[in-house]
Design a protein around this ligand. Sequence first.
Ligand SMILES: Nc1ncnc2c1ncn2[C@@H]1O[C@H](COP(=O)(O)OP(=O)(O)O)[C@@H](O)[C@H]1O
Ligand SMILES: [Mg+2]
Length: 356
Amino acid sequence: MIRVEKLHKTFGTGTRARPVLHDVDLTIAQGTIGAVVGPSGAGKSTLARCVNLLERPTSGRVRVAGTDVTDLPERELRDARRAIGTVFQSANLLRRRTAAQNVAMPLRYLGVTAREEKRRVAELLERVGLADRAADYPAQLSGGQRQRVGIARALALRPKVLLSDEATSGLDPAATRSVLALLRELTTDLDLAILLITHEMEVVREVADTAALLREGRVVESGPVRQLVADPHSALGNALLPDRPVSRDRRGLGTWRLTYQGHAVPTDWLTRLGADHGLDVHLLSATVEEIAGRAAGRATVAVGHDRAEELTAALGGWGIHAEPLPEPPSPVPADEPAAPGPASETTAETVEEAVV
Ligand SMILES: Nc1ncnc2c1ncn2[C@@H]1O[C@H](COP(=O)(O)OP(=O)(O)O)[C@@H](O)[C@H]1O
Ligand SMILES: [Mg+2]
């Protein structure tokens, strides 16, 4: 378990004090992947460095695998760090060492026998699917393979938690997917708790169990990914599953935002609204993704004001949540400045811009 409580981190002192993290709470259970997302400069890496003990928190507590590591004296820190594996963006492999030698690095400090080292390195490379590349140098490996070597090295000391700071940034989509699939597999097989730092929503959607949005050093939203995407008010949920309604003439129509998540929702709900309920529904946008093995969707539809009750009743019967959206602002003549939209109505674009 990774548990961060009321974490504050300020760099520098006095007039040069620069607060970076404010009152951050975060829990990641064993066997799960917790993502932390946020724009560049939000404090994500600083948070990771406070968890892997490269930085001391200014105040608050950090617990890793049952140990409160906040105030450990220097010599005990070294042992505590062994319980934490870290994978960085560029894997940080030593260029003049083979894949096997890179993986062996952490074992060297432990002074294991040559025989034991050989056995363990072979096992780790096998674990990440690179048994046949042991003798290759980093330059001979693809970006995804280098990250796998980095992961094998991070696992060398049998950590209970793993931190991944932008480990898939810069990888192509196929390599990203394979690294994420490996992390998912390791989480389950080794019962790890993984803190996954990323600025990519696809990454969160693909593997995370929980997610927290960090903005200017504060957690502004957090929760299980399944719940976030099913919550019509969640900015993070909307960024994970963006829903961008097309603008069109909606006179006489009420607009509804729909959110759903789970098996109970029929895939042909839109057709059935027409066929079974006689509702003339205009589909303005829809997006469906598989999240944690289940379909999750967001859609915006418009229907005649007089049919609103029938619409919500039909949708409710399938477990689709429907909420009315405010009327779109009436068109503004071109020479007048457009009024800003209602404050409560955060568009997917602004959320994504803020998040990514
Ligand atoms: N050692 C440091 N000293 C002073 N400021 C730092 C230090 N490390 C990070 N910062 C500042 O903290 C803020 C958050 O940085 P970082 O944690 O790297 O954000 P992220 O990983 O979300 O992009 C940035 O404004 C950065 O300049
Ligand atoms: Mg960073």
